[in-house]
Design a protein around this ligand. Sequence first.
Ligand code: FES
Length: 104
Amino acid sequence: MTHRVAVRPSDVQLDVLDGEDVFSAAGRLGYRWPTVCGGRGTCRTCFVRIEEGAENCSPVDPLEREGIEALRMPVDGLTRLACRLRVEGPVTVTKRGVRRRTQE
Ligand code: FES
């Protein structure tokens, strides 16, 4: 089962698998997502703003909470780390810099 995650403003649509985090789904589907740590939950570069579908998002885990606090953002469920975020239904997020990977 997959869940549609829409990414603004680039208008990228990701079909995220059950149990898969959004950052990994983007990579699997051929998109480059801003990161320094490569998805380990430590760089916080991957953070997103949830626009719609917060009720379909996984709970914030302790590592993610630490990261959001370090960003000086409120832990209100609307700022999330894409590499920790799992979804169970449609979600719309804002994240600049998500692009299709070009051939290297
Ligand atoms: S990719 Fe580094 S914290 Fe998510």
